[in-house]
Ligand binder design. Structure first.
Ligand SMILES: *Cc1c(COP(=O)(O)O)cnc(C)c1O
Length: 419
């Protein structure tokens, strides 16, 4: 299996490993597989989630230098449960039991273990720079902590991340360093860009959500979850996915293209309406993001859209395959309250966007809402709405107990590289 850029029709081809180490294609496009593989004929659910995910990923690494390591990488990276919350056909797929309690753990961990293996072979080291406004930095820091040949510098804006998110960014030691920047998220991103452009610095890389190594696990859990759903209910799943950069949902579309039993895929967005507006008007207009309660979805120019456009090449084709609805902050609060009072089920503000879309548009149909983060990460929003404390899951509790350790710096990127 080889990979090409979304921007070149007959351009250069890359192996999966090269695509993972590069992140972005040389022409600035995103890596996509040259052809869509099928789910292996011997695919089985009998050995659990991680093994099913491994099987779904196998064809993407056929002939790659990681082919023989893939099983071990998947076993290490996907070492936590992927359960359904069943509620009479109004089910929820909970991708929230990784070390930092959000679905980004799957991709970040797979990327970290793959990179470690590749660097070990090449006897090289890489330093990962991440600018974060929330969930990504924590998942990346946790995934890369303790991995050999890799170090991480996480940059976050002072005073702009939630207290528990800050904890997840600053509780590390050893090969993970945190920098609290006296500036905005945009300043953090600018510093990372400047460092990448500085030719006196070498061995820098990123762990962006567009990296193939983060996307493939998101394909794999949809193959697993839809196959399990089919085994339980004997029908195809309708997934409603809380979306921002549409990496999670691109994974679902790739799974469906491989033949996974998925009937349709619905994107729930917050007040950032770029995709619903595109479906309505036929004109694609990326724009600056607006702030909402579901902050990990505050995206006005979704970075994975190029991959969806390479799957669905015309507006008509896009409309035939993609459905999307927008949810307001008031609706997010109301939905968290309703879901708790009716089902005793506590959900995070992102998941609430999916639940609202189910309640408003799919009341007659069985659906699976995808839970993208644990509500305990967003206690300041969720607790006032439901009127009591959200129990903290074990892995999050461990992180909250650790001492914080961050360097305060200004907005000059050179400070990142001072001893
Ligand atoms: C990142 C994130 C999203 C959005 O996922 P995309 O892949 O960017 O669409 C939704 N919910 C949570 C909790 C997230 O961390």
């Amino acid at each position: 299996m080889m990979y090409v850029s979304t921007r070149s029709e007959n351009g250069e081809r890359f192996s999966a490993s090269d695509a993972i180490l590069k992140g972005l294609a040389p022409d600035g496009g995103l890596f996509i597989p040259e052809s869509v593989p099928s789910i292996p004929f011997d695919f089985t659910l009998s050995r659990g989630a991680w093994y099913a995910m491994y099987q779904a990923m196998r064809p993407y690494f056929e002939g790659d230098e990681l082919e023989d390591d893939l099983e071990e990488i998947c076993r290490s990276a996907f070492s936590f449960p992927v359960p359904f919350f069943h509620n009479g056909g109004k089910d929820t797929l909970e991708l929230i039991y990784g070390p930092t309690a959000a679905f980004k753990d799957f991709g970040a961990r797979f990327l970290a273990y793959s990179m470690e293996k590749l660097l070990e072979r090449r006897n090289e080291d890489l330093s990962i720079l991440v600018a974060t406004s929330g969930d990504t930095g924590g998942a990346v820091a946790s995934a890369f902590h303790g991995r050999k040949h890799l170090s991480v510098k996480v940059l976050f804006p002072e005073g702009r991340v939630a207290e528990r998110q800050r904890k997840q960014l600053t509780c590390w030691d050893g090969n993970v360093e945190s920098y609290e920047v006296a500036g905005s998220f945009d300043d953090c991103q600018k510093m990372v860009k400047e460092a990448f452009m500085d030719s006196s610095l070498s061995g820098l890389s990123s762990a962006n959500s567009i990296n193939l190594g983060r996307l493939l696990p998101q394909m794999a859990y949809y193959v697993y979850a839809s196959s399990l759903y089919k085994a339980i209910y004997d029908r195809e799943a309708v997934f409603i996915i809380p979306s921002g950069n549409v990496g999670n949902s691109t994974g679902a579309f790739w799974a469906k293209a491989m033949g996974a039993p998925i009937k349709s895929i619905v994107l729930a967005v917050n007040a950032n309406r770029t995709i619903p507006d595109y479906l309505e008007t036929g004109e694609y207009r990326p724009r600056p993001s607006v702030e909402t309660l579901a902050n990990a979805m505050d995206v006005g120019a979704p970075s994975n859209m190029e991959r969806l456009f390479s799957l669905f090449r015309t507006v008509e084709d896009f409309r035939a395959n993609v459905t999307s609805y927008s949810v307001s902050d008031d609706e997010i609060r109301r939905t968290i309250k309703e879901e708790y009072e009716e089902n005793g089920h506590i959900i995070c503000p992102h998941t609430a966007c999916g639940e609202r879309v189910r309640r408003d548009h799919y009341s007659d149909e069985d659906t699976v809402v995808v839970a993208t983060a644990h509500p305990a990460k967003f206690d300041k929003i969720v607790e006032p709405v439901i009127g009591h404390v959200v129990p903290v899951p074990g892995q999050l509790y461990d992180i909250l107990q650790k001492p914080s350790n961050a360097k305060s710096i200004g907005t000059d990127y050179h400070e990142l590289f001072e001893a």
